[in-house]
Design a protein around this ligand. Structure first.
Ligand code: ZN
Length: 454
Protein backbone atom coordinates (compact mmCIF):
# COMPACT_ATOMS: atom_id res chain seq x y z
CA UNK A 1 0.00 0.00 0.00
CA UNK A 2 1.73 3.17 -1.12
CA UNK A 3 1.27 6.74 -0.02
CA UNK A 4 1.95 8.71 -3.14
CA UNK A 5 2.38 12.44 -3.37
CA UNK A 6 0.14 12.93 -6.34
CA UNK A 7 -2.59 11.25 -8.32
CA UNK A 8 -1.32 8.73 -10.82
CA UNK A 9 -1.59 9.72 -14.46
CA UNK A 10 -4.74 10.14 -16.42
CA UNK A 11 -7.76 7.88 -16.21
CA UNK A 12 -7.90 5.38 -19.02
CA UNK A 13 -9.22 1.93 -19.65
CA UNK A 14 -6.24 -0.01 -18.32
CA UNK A 15 -5.51 0.52 -14.64
CA UNK A 16 -6.74 -1.46 -11.67
CA UNK A 17 -9.21 -0.02 -9.19
CA UNK A 18 -6.63 0.63 -6.50
CA UNK A 19 -4.37 2.44 -8.98
CA UNK A 20 -6.98 4.90 -10.19
CA UNK A 21 -9.10 5.51 -7.08
CA UNK A 22 -7.13 8.55 -5.89
CA UNK A 23 -7.36 10.17 -9.31
CA UNK A 24 -11.10 9.45 -9.52
CA UNK A 25 -11.80 10.94 -6.07
CA UNK A 26 -9.67 13.99 -6.83
CA UNK A 27 -11.50 14.59 -10.11
CA UNK A 28 -14.91 14.13 -8.48
CA UNK A 29 -14.02 16.79 -5.89
CA UNK A 30 -13.17 19.25 -8.68
CA UNK A 31 -16.85 19.37 -9.63
CA UNK A 32 -18.37 22.02 -7.38
CA UNK A 33 -21.63 20.25 -6.53
CA UNK A 34 -22.59 22.52 -3.62
CA UNK A 35 -26.09 21.85 -2.38
CA UNK A 36 -27.49 25.03 -0.86
CA UNK A 37 -30.90 23.50 -0.19
CA UNK A 38 -32.39 25.83 -2.83
CA UNK A 39 -33.14 24.69 -6.37
CA UNK A 40 -32.05 28.02 -7.87
CA UNK A 41 -28.54 28.00 -6.42
CA UNK A 42 -27.62 24.30 -6.28
CA UNK A 43 -25.23 23.47 -9.09
CA UNK A 44 -22.86 20.99 -10.63
CA UNK A 45 -24.75 17.75 -10.06
CA UNK A 46 -25.60 17.31 -13.73
CA UNK A 47 -22.02 17.85 -14.93
CA UNK A 48 -20.65 15.53 -12.25
CA UNK A 49 -23.24 12.83 -12.96
CA UNK A 50 -22.53 13.02 -16.70
CA UNK A 51 -18.82 12.64 -16.03
CA UNK A 52 -19.49 9.56 -13.86
CA UNK A 53 -21.73 8.11 -16.59
CA UNK A 54 -18.96 8.61 -19.15
CA UNK A 55 -16.41 6.84 -16.89
CA UNK A 56 -18.83 3.88 -16.70
CA UNK A 57 -19.69 3.86 -20.41
CA UNK A 58 -16.06 3.95 -21.54
CA UNK A 59 -15.48 0.54 -19.93
CA UNK A 60 -18.69 -0.95 -21.33
CA UNK A 61 -21.58 -0.17 -18.98
CA UNK A 62 -25.01 0.86 -20.12
CA UNK A 63 -25.97 3.83 -17.95
CA UNK A 64 -29.24 5.56 -17.21
CA UNK A 65 -29.21 9.27 -16.43
CA UNK A 66 -32.25 10.45 -14.46
CA UNK A 67 -33.14 13.94 -13.27
CA UNK A 68 -34.99 13.70 -9.99
CA UNK A 69 -37.85 16.14 -10.36
CA UNK A 70 -35.98 19.31 -11.29
CA UNK A 71 -33.53 20.35 -14.04
CA UNK A 72 -29.91 19.56 -13.27
CA UNK A 73 -30.60 17.21 -10.36
CA UNK A 74 -28.62 14.43 -12.03
CA UNK A 75 -28.51 10.76 -10.97
CA UNK A 76 -26.73 7.88 -12.71
CA UNK A 77 -27.59 4.19 -12.55
CA UNK A 78 -25.65 1.21 -13.94
CA UNK A 79 -26.17 -2.52 -13.42
CA UNK A 80 -23.54 -5.26 -13.42
CA UNK A 81 -25.05 -8.66 -14.16
CA UNK A 82 -24.27 -11.32 -11.55
CA UNK A 83 -24.00 -15.11 -11.75
CA UNK A 84 -27.43 -15.57 -10.19
CA UNK A 85 -29.78 -12.81 -11.28
CA UNK A 86 -32.55 -14.67 -9.49
CA UNK A 87 -31.09 -13.56 -6.19
CA UNK A 88 -32.05 -10.10 -4.99
CA UNK A 89 -29.77 -7.40 -6.34
CA UNK A 90 -27.42 -5.31 -4.19
CA UNK A 91 -27.63 -1.51 -4.44
CA UNK A 92 -24.35 0.37 -3.98
CA UNK A 93 -25.22 4.05 -3.60
CA UNK A 94 -23.39 7.31 -3.09
CA UNK A 95 -24.37 10.97 -3.38
CA UNK A 96 -22.54 13.42 -5.63
CA UNK A 97 -23.70 16.64 -3.95
CA UNK A 98 -21.76 18.22 -1.10
CA UNK A 99 -22.44 20.93 1.45
CA UNK A 100 -21.08 24.38 0.51
CA UNK A 101 -17.58 25.43 1.58
CA UNK A 102 -16.13 28.87 2.37
CA UNK A 103 -12.83 28.85 0.45
CA UNK A 104 -11.17 31.52 2.62
CA UNK A 105 -11.39 29.24 5.69
CA UNK A 106 -9.46 26.41 4.03
CA UNK A 107 -5.74 25.55 3.72
CA UNK A 108 -6.35 24.43 0.11
CA UNK A 109 -9.14 25.39 -2.27
CA UNK A 110 -12.13 23.19 -1.31
CA UNK A 111 -12.74 22.24 -4.95
CA UNK A 112 -9.11 21.65 -5.91
CA UNK A 113 -9.02 17.92 -5.14
CA UNK A 114 -5.39 18.50 -4.20
CA UNK A 115 -3.32 15.41 -3.40
CA UNK A 116 -0.83 16.48 -0.77
CA UNK A 117 0.85 15.08 2.36
CA UNK A 118 -0.77 11.70 1.87
CA UNK A 119 -4.32 13.06 1.69
CA UNK A 120 -6.86 13.99 -0.97
CA UNK A 121 -8.24 17.38 0.07
CA UNK A 122 -11.55 19.03 -0.64
CA UNK A 123 -15.25 19.26 0.05
CA UNK A 124 -16.71 15.79 -0.29
CA UNK A 125 -13.43 13.97 0.47
CA UNK A 126 -15.20 11.94 3.14
CA UNK A 127 -18.84 12.92 2.49
CA UNK A 128 -18.92 11.20 0.13
CA UNK A 129 -16.91 11.47 -3.03
CA UNK A 130 -14.45 9.05 -1.39
CA UNK A 131 -17.00 6.25 -1.57
CA UNK A 132 -18.26 7.38 -5.00
CA UNK A 133 -14.68 7.15 -6.28
CA UNK A 134 -14.13 3.74 -4.68
CA UNK A 135 -17.40 2.41 -6.14
CA UNK A 136 -16.51 3.80 -9.54
CA UNK A 137 -13.01 2.31 -9.43
CA UNK A 138 -14.29 -1.16 -8.50
CA UNK A 139 -17.16 -1.01 -10.99
CA UNK A 140 -14.72 -0.11 -13.77
CA UNK A 141 -12.28 -2.85 -12.84
CA UNK A 142 -15.00 -5.53 -12.73
CA UNK A 143 -16.22 -4.54 -16.18
CA UNK A 144 -12.75 -4.35 -17.71
CA UNK A 145 -11.81 -7.75 -16.32
CA UNK A 146 -15.14 -9.39 -17.12
CA UNK A 147 -15.75 -10.15 -13.43
CA UNK A 148 -19.11 -11.75 -12.70
CA UNK A 149 -20.16 -11.08 -9.10
CA UNK A 150 -22.40 -13.59 -7.28
CA UNK A 151 -25.49 -11.47 -7.88
CA UNK A 152 -26.55 -8.31 -9.72
CA UNK A 153 -25.04 -5.08 -8.44
CA UNK A 154 -26.74 -1.76 -9.13
CA UNK A 155 -24.42 1.24 -8.83
CA UNK A 156 -26.21 4.52 -8.15
CA UNK A 157 -24.73 8.03 -7.95
CA UNK A 158 -27.32 10.39 -6.56
CA UNK A 159 -28.34 14.03 -6.17
CA UNK A 160 -29.56 16.10 -3.21
CA UNK A 161 -28.64 13.94 -0.24
CA UNK A 162 -27.43 16.98 1.69
CA UNK A 163 -30.90 18.53 1.65
CA UNK A 164 -32.78 15.39 2.67
CA UNK A 165 -33.09 13.81 -0.79
CA UNK A 166 -36.28 15.67 -1.74
CA UNK A 167 -34.81 16.19 -5.23
CA UNK A 168 -32.86 12.92 -5.12
CA UNK A 169 -33.44 9.59 -3.38
CA UNK A 170 -36.86 10.49 -1.96
CA UNK A 171 -38.10 11.65 -5.37
CA UNK A 172 -36.67 8.53 -7.03
CA UNK A 173 -38.33 6.22 -4.48
CA UNK A 174 -41.68 7.96 -5.06
CA UNK A 175 -41.54 8.45 -8.82
CA UNK A 176 -39.18 5.82 -10.20
CA UNK A 177 -39.55 2.78 -7.91
CA UNK A 178 -38.85 0.66 -11.03
CA UNK A 179 -35.18 1.64 -10.70
CA UNK A 180 -35.09 -0.40 -7.48
CA UNK A 181 -37.03 -3.45 -8.67
CA UNK A 182 -35.51 -6.68 -7.38
CA UNK A 183 -33.10 -4.92 -5.00
CA UNK A 184 -33.14 -6.49 -1.53
CA UNK A 185 -30.14 -4.88 0.16
CA UNK A 186 -28.30 -1.58 -0.07
CA UNK A 187 -24.91 -0.26 1.01
CA UNK A 188 -23.96 3.41 1.26
CA UNK A 189 -22.74 5.85 3.93
CA UNK A 190 -22.09 6.46 6.91
CA UNK A 191 -20.02 3.53 8.13
CA UNK A 192 -17.05 1.28 7.43
CA UNK A 193 -14.53 3.72 8.94
CA UNK A 194 -12.17 2.54 11.66
CA UNK A 195 -12.14 3.64 15.28
CA UNK A 196 -8.96 2.68 17.13
CA UNK A 197 -9.57 1.70 20.75
CA UNK A 198 -7.03 0.76 23.46
CA UNK A 199 -7.08 -2.77 24.89
CA UNK A 200 -6.27 -3.64 28.50
CA UNK A 201 -3.04 -5.45 27.46
CA UNK A 202 -1.64 -2.26 25.92
CA UNK A 203 -2.35 -3.17 22.30
CA UNK A 204 -4.95 -1.52 20.09
CA UNK A 205 -7.95 -2.76 18.17
CA UNK A 206 -9.47 -1.18 15.08
CA UNK A 207 -13.24 -1.32 15.17
CA UNK A 208 -14.99 -0.78 11.85
CA UNK A 209 -18.37 0.79 12.50
CA UNK A 210 -21.11 -0.52 10.23
CA UNK A 211 -24.27 1.56 10.20
CA UNK A 212 -27.31 -0.62 10.86
CA UNK A 213 -29.74 2.04 12.06
CA UNK A 214 -30.59 5.72 11.72
CA UNK A 215 -32.65 7.94 13.94
CA UNK A 216 -35.74 9.47 12.42
CA UNK A 217 -35.41 13.05 11.23
CA UNK A 218 -38.22 15.54 11.60
CA UNK A 219 -38.49 19.28 11.24
CA UNK A 220 -41.49 20.46 13.18
CA UNK A 221 -43.24 23.84 13.01
CA UNK A 222 -44.87 25.17 16.17
CA UNK A 223 -47.45 27.92 15.89
CA UNK A 224 -49.20 29.96 18.57
CA UNK A 225 -52.21 32.07 17.61
CA UNK A 226 -53.75 34.62 19.93
CA UNK A 227 -55.24 38.10 19.91
CA UNK A 228 -53.39 40.89 18.10
CA UNK A 229 -53.31 44.29 19.75
CA UNK A 230 -51.57 47.48 20.79
CA UNK A 231 -48.27 47.04 22.61
CA UNK A 232 -49.18 49.64 25.26
CA UNK A 233 -52.37 47.93 26.52
CA UNK A 234 -52.88 45.20 29.10
CA UNK A 235 -52.84 42.03 27.01
CA UNK A 236 -53.02 38.54 28.56
CA UNK A 237 -52.94 36.22 25.55
CA UNK A 238 -49.81 37.13 23.64
CA UNK A 239 -48.78 34.64 20.91
CA UNK A 240 -45.08 35.45 21.35
CA UNK A 241 -45.19 34.68 25.08
CA UNK A 242 -47.17 31.47 24.60
CA UNK A 243 -44.82 30.24 21.90
CA UNK A 244 -41.66 31.26 23.75
CA UNK A 245 -42.74 29.31 26.84
CA UNK A 246 -43.46 26.21 24.76
CA UNK A 247 -40.14 26.46 22.92
CA UNK A 248 -38.23 26.84 26.17
CA UNK A 249 -39.96 23.81 27.76
CA UNK A 250 -39.20 21.68 24.71
CA UNK A 251 -35.61 22.91 24.31
CA UNK A 252 -34.75 22.18 27.97
CA UNK A 253 -36.45 18.78 28.04
CA UNK A 254 -34.44 15.56 28.34
CA UNK A 255 -36.15 12.68 26.61
CA UNK A 256 -35.91 9.21 28.18
CA UNK A 257 -32.92 6.98 27.64
CA UNK A 258 -33.66 4.29 25.05
CA UNK A 259 -30.91 1.83 24.22
CA UNK A 260 -31.71 0.30 20.84
CA UNK A 261 -30.32 -3.07 19.79
CA UNK A 262 -27.65 -1.49 17.55
CA UNK A 263 -26.43 0.76 20.36
CA UNK A 264 -26.46 -2.09 22.91
CA UNK A 265 -24.41 -4.28 20.57
CA UNK A 266 -21.95 -1.46 19.92
CA UNK A 267 -21.47 -0.83 23.65
CA UNK A 268 -21.06 -4.56 24.36
CA UNK A 269 -18.28 -4.93 21.77
CA UNK A 270 -16.49 -1.79 22.96
CA UNK A 271 -16.67 -3.05 26.57
CA UNK A 272 -15.32 -6.44 25.54
CA UNK A 273 -12.40 -4.90 23.64
CA UNK A 274 -11.45 -2.09 26.01
CA UNK A 275 -12.52 -3.26 29.45
CA UNK A 276 -14.44 0.00 29.84
CA UNK A 277 -17.88 -0.39 31.34
CA UNK A 278 -21.03 1.31 30.17
CA UNK A 279 -24.15 1.14 32.24
CA UNK A 280 -27.06 1.96 29.95
CA UNK A 281 -29.26 2.56 33.01
CA UNK A 282 -26.89 5.09 34.52
CA UNK A 283 -27.95 8.72 34.39
CA UNK A 284 -24.34 9.46 33.46
CA UNK A 285 -24.15 7.19 30.43
CA UNK A 286 -23.13 10.21 28.30
CA UNK A 287 -20.22 10.86 30.68
CA UNK A 288 -19.11 7.22 30.42
CA UNK A 289 -19.23 7.46 26.63
CA UNK A 290 -16.92 10.49 26.64
CA UNK A 291 -14.06 8.04 27.34
CA UNK A 292 -14.40 6.93 23.73
CA UNK A 293 -13.27 10.32 22.43
CA UNK A 294 -14.84 12.17 19.55
CA UNK A 295 -17.04 9.28 18.38
CA UNK A 296 -19.09 9.86 21.55
CA UNK A 297 -20.60 12.86 19.71
CA UNK A 298 -22.43 10.41 17.45
CA UNK A 299 -23.03 7.55 19.88
CA UNK A 300 -24.25 9.86 22.64
CA UNK A 301 -26.81 11.36 20.29
CA UNK A 302 -28.37 7.95 19.59
CA UNK A 303 -29.38 7.26 23.20
CA UNK A 304 -32.37 9.58 23.32
CA UNK A 305 -34.70 11.60 21.15
CA UNK A 306 -33.67 15.22 20.77
CA UNK A 307 -35.72 18.33 19.98
CA UNK A 308 -33.60 21.39 19.33
CA UNK A 309 -35.29 24.74 18.55
CA UNK A 310 -33.57 26.20 15.48
CA UNK A 311 -35.78 29.00 14.08
CA UNK A 312 -38.11 31.65 15.55
CA UNK A 313 -40.39 34.07 13.78
CA UNK A 314 -42.95 36.59 15.04
CA UNK A 315 -43.99 40.19 14.74
CA UNK A 316 -43.50 43.05 12.31
CA UNK A 317 -43.51 46.21 14.44
CA UNK A 318 -42.24 46.98 17.95
CA UNK A 319 -45.60 48.28 19.24
CA UNK A 320 -47.87 45.72 17.59
CA UNK A 321 -48.61 42.44 19.39
CA UNK A 322 -48.74 39.95 16.51
CA UNK A 323 -51.51 37.42 16.08
CA UNK A 324 -49.11 34.55 15.32
CA UNK A 325 -45.69 33.35 16.40
CA UNK A 326 -43.83 30.41 14.89
CA UNK A 327 -40.81 28.25 15.65
CA UNK A 328 -39.05 25.36 13.94
CA UNK A 329 -37.72 22.43 15.96
CA UNK A 330 -35.13 19.95 14.67
CA UNK A 331 -36.29 16.57 16.02
CA UNK A 332 -34.29 13.32 15.94
CA UNK A 333 -36.19 10.28 17.08
CA UNK A 334 -34.91 6.86 18.16
CA UNK A 335 -36.37 3.87 16.22
CA UNK A 336 -39.75 2.83 17.57
CA UNK A 337 -40.28 6.09 19.47
CA UNK A 338 -42.21 8.21 16.94
CA UNK A 339 -45.65 8.04 18.62
CA UNK A 340 -44.28 8.29 22.14
CA UNK A 341 -42.17 11.26 21.06
CA UNK A 342 -45.20 13.08 19.62
CA UNK A 343 -47.19 12.50 22.83
CA UNK A 344 -44.33 13.84 24.92
CA UNK A 345 -44.02 16.92 22.68
CA UNK A 346 -47.77 17.56 22.92
CA UNK A 347 -47.62 17.47 26.72
CA UNK A 348 -44.74 19.94 26.71
CA UNK A 349 -46.10 22.50 24.26
CA UNK A 350 -49.61 22.47 25.73
CA UNK A 351 -53.00 22.95 24.09
CA UNK A 352 -52.43 26.55 22.94
CA UNK A 353 -49.63 25.70 20.52
CA UNK A 354 -50.28 23.70 17.37
CA UNK A 355 -47.63 21.66 15.63
CA UNK A 356 -47.07 20.21 12.15
CA UNK A 357 -44.28 18.22 10.50
CA UNK A 358 -42.57 20.15 7.70
CA UNK A 359 -40.37 17.12 7.01
CA UNK A 360 -40.68 13.73 8.65
CA UNK A 361 -38.41 10.88 7.61
CA UNK A 362 -38.75 7.67 9.57
CA UNK A 363 -35.97 5.93 11.43
CA UNK A 364 -34.85 2.48 10.44
CA UNK A 365 -32.97 -0.35 12.09
CA UNK A 366 -31.80 -3.71 10.83
CA UNK A 367 -30.03 -6.60 12.52
CA UNK A 368 -26.29 -7.19 12.25
CA UNK A 369 -26.35 -10.67 10.81
CA UNK A 370 -26.76 -12.64 7.61
CA UNK A 371 -24.65 -13.26 4.50
CA UNK A 372 -24.07 -9.61 3.64
CA UNK A 373 -22.75 -8.85 7.13
CA UNK A 374 -20.54 -11.96 6.93
CA UNK A 375 -19.14 -10.64 3.63
CA UNK A 376 -18.33 -7.28 5.29
CA UNK A 377 -16.56 -9.04 8.17
CA UNK A 378 -14.57 -11.26 5.83
CA UNK A 379 -13.55 -8.34 3.60
CA UNK A 380 -12.31 -6.28 6.55
CA UNK A 381 -10.43 -9.21 8.09
CA UNK A 382 -8.79 -10.09 4.77
CA UNK A 383 -7.21 -6.63 4.62
CA UNK A 384 -6.89 -5.78 8.31
CA UNK A 385 -6.39 -8.83 10.53
CA UNK A 386 -6.53 -6.47 13.57
CA UNK A 387 -9.96 -5.24 12.55
CA UNK A 388 -13.40 -6.07 13.90
CA UNK A 389 -16.76 -4.91 12.56
CA UNK A 390 -19.37 -3.58 14.96
CA UNK A 391 -22.88 -2.23 14.32
CA UNK A 392 -23.87 1.30 15.32
CA UNK A 393 -26.68 3.79 14.89
CA UNK A 394 -26.25 7.10 13.05
CA UNK A 395 -27.86 10.11 14.70
CA UNK A 396 -28.30 11.83 11.34
CA UNK A 397 -29.97 10.77 8.12
CA UNK A 398 -28.85 9.52 4.71
CA UNK A 399 -30.38 8.34 1.44
CA UNK A 400 -30.87 4.95 3.13
CA UNK A 401 -34.11 6.32 4.60
CA UNK A 402 -35.66 6.48 1.13
CA UNK A 403 -34.57 2.94 0.25
CA UNK A 404 -35.58 1.47 3.61
CA UNK A 405 -39.14 2.60 2.97
CA UNK A 406 -39.11 0.53 -0.25
CA UNK A 407 -38.45 -2.51 1.92
CA UNK A 408 -34.71 -2.62 1.17
CA UNK A 409 -32.36 -3.65 3.98
CA UNK A 410 -29.80 -0.87 4.37
CA UNK A 411 -26.25 -0.62 5.72
CA UNK A 412 -23.60 2.09 5.90
CA UNK A 413 -20.27 0.57 4.83
CA UNK A 414 -17.76 2.80 3.03
CA UNK A 415 -14.56 1.19 4.31
CA UNK A 416 -11.65 3.42 5.38
CA UNK A 417 -8.76 2.44 7.63
CA UNK A 418 -7.94 5.71 9.39
CA UNK A 419 -4.98 6.84 11.47
CA UNK A 420 -5.98 6.73 15.17
CA UNK A 421 -5.26 10.42 15.74
CA UNK A 422 -7.53 11.68 12.92
CA UNK A 423 -10.71 13.36 14.25
CA UNK A 424 -12.87 11.83 11.55
CA UNK A 425 -16.25 13.06 12.78
CA UNK A 426 -15.03 16.69 12.75
CA UNK A 427 -14.27 16.41 9.03
CA UNK A 428 -17.93 15.86 8.08
CA UNK A 429 -19.06 19.20 6.68
CA UNK A 430 -15.91 20.64 8.31
CA UNK A 431 -13.04 22.85 7.16
CA UNK A 432 -10.08 21.08 5.48
CA UNK A 433 -12.11 17.95 4.80
CA UNK A 434 -9.66 15.33 3.54
CA UNK A 435 -9.20 11.60 3.21
CA UNK A 436 -5.95 9.63 3.55
CA UNK A 437 -4.66 8.23 0.25
CA UNK A 438 -3.89 4.88 1.87
CA UNK A 439 -7.40 4.74 3.38
CA UNK A 440 -8.84 5.05 -0.13
CA UNK A 441 -6.56 2.32 -1.42
CA UNK A 442 -7.49 0.11 1.54
CA UNK A 443 -11.21 0.81 1.11
CA UNK A 444 -11.12 0.00 -2.59
CA UNK A 445 -9.57 -3.40 -1.92
CA UNK A 446 -12.08 -4.11 0.84
CA UNK A 447 -14.99 -3.14 -1.41
CA UNK A 448 -13.66 -5.34 -4.19
CA UNK A 449 -13.38 -8.30 -1.79
CA UNK A 450 -16.83 -7.57 -0.36
CA UNK A 451 -18.56 -7.33 -3.75
CA UNK A 452 -16.90 -10.52 -5.00
CA UNK A 453 -18.35 -12.40 -2.00
CA UNK A 454 -21.72 -10.77 -1.39
ZN1 ZN B 1 -23.17 12.18 2.97
Amino acid sequence: MSVTGEASGSIDGGSRAVDEVVDLVSKLIRFDTSNTGELATTKGERECAEWVAERLREVGYTTEYVESGAPGRGNVFARLQGADSGRGALLMHGHLDVVPAEASDWSVHPFSGAVRDGYVWGRGAIDMKDMCGMMLAVARQFKREGTVPPRDIVFAFLADEEAGGTWGSQWLADNRPDLFDGITEAVGEVGGFSLTVPRPDGTERRLYLVETAEKGLGWMRLRAKARAGHGSFLHEDNAVTILAEAVARLGRHTFPLVVSDSVAEFLAVVSEETGLTFDPDSPDIEGQLAKLGTISRIIGATLRDTANPTMLQAGYKANVIPQTAEAVIDCRVVPGRREAFEREVDDLIGPDVEREWITALDSYETTFDGDLVDAMNAAILAHDPQGRTVPYMLSGGTDAKAFARLGIRCFGFAPLRLPPELDFTALFHGVDERVPVDALEFGTQVLEHFLLNS
